[in-house]
Design a protein around this ligand. Sequence first.
Ligand code: ADP
Length: 352
Amino acid sequence: MKTRELFEEIRQKEIRFSLKNRLTLLVTLEIIVCVLLALAVDTLLKRWLPDFWNIPLLLDLVFFSSLIGVFVTQFLSRMFFDPIKKLREAIGKVADGDYSVEINTKSNSKEIQEIYSGFNLMTHELRSTEILQLDFVSSASHEFKTPISAIEGYAALLRSGGDLTEEQRECVEKIIFNTKRLSSLTSSILLLSKLENQEIPTNQSKFLVDEQIRQSVVALETQWERKNIELDVDLCEAEYYGNEVLMRHVWDNLIGNAIKFTPEGSTVTIRLAKKLTKIIFTVEDQGPGIPEEALRHVFDKFYQADSVHKKEGSGLGLALVEKVLALEKGSVKAENMENGGCRFTVTLRTIK
Ligand code: ADP
């Protein structure tokens, strides 16, 4: 049955015994049972052990009722607290972003059934909104790609035409620069929305991480050469089993950011080491670092802590890095170094 219909059906059910009445009845019964049991124990003890057991009846009653009461209350409270515990666990999962949680609505209490089915209706609505949003983002980005490529293509054609004034050439260059930015932004949005829909790692294969990092460094050569940056690279050989294409985004982004944020003529240090069952990659720069309050947000989508370099990026790179590593069961950490600059550390599990 559909979640909403089930919710309505439960809501319309009549309550014969409300939770409050049931609790009152149970507590009354508990008191009666405890007193009767205590009375029975006292009588039996006095009959079997008349010489040893000569404590006054009232004291006996207090002692045995409390003892029996503790056990009976333990049992009864489970009836009331177990559903709360179940709900608390489910709410915890929703708070962590898992909207797939559903609670079995079977319960003797109508109120608990109502709470459970209300909770299921809430996660159902959250799931639908999330899917709708992701679908929209992915279709919209897809639709953007074709016209952007057309504009970029025509602008490149204009530039190669030759007979342009200086001002016209400048305009064409700006068109090409901005269409390239838009195109890379839409690609990142598409990839991110695809990864957000993905739970299981795909296209897994064996490859050498050190080799991939070297390729990334070479691909970024124009950027580090333009800024006269020295690269201090030390990579151990490390074989990894994972998605090769996605992992390339990780290195491109982290090394690219280090080059982007480090000042001209400075050094970027790249290391790859193996420690027990882990592969550890670090990249350090000598840039301004990341403000302490921004460190928690750098992996958020569209977050840019630095206004100087805003034009050179979209704020999606680190969100992608984090998502890729979550899929690969790895992790990434950002920290500021004592003597300036920042360090990004990626930890991967060695080949299974
Ligand atoms: P962007 O495309 O803007 O670089 P990222 O997601 O890669 O987006 O990074 C998000 C933000 O984190 C950046 O805008 C910048 O403020 C900060 N950041 C990332 N790497 C560095 C770094 N090496 N040094 C200083 N700040 C950084």
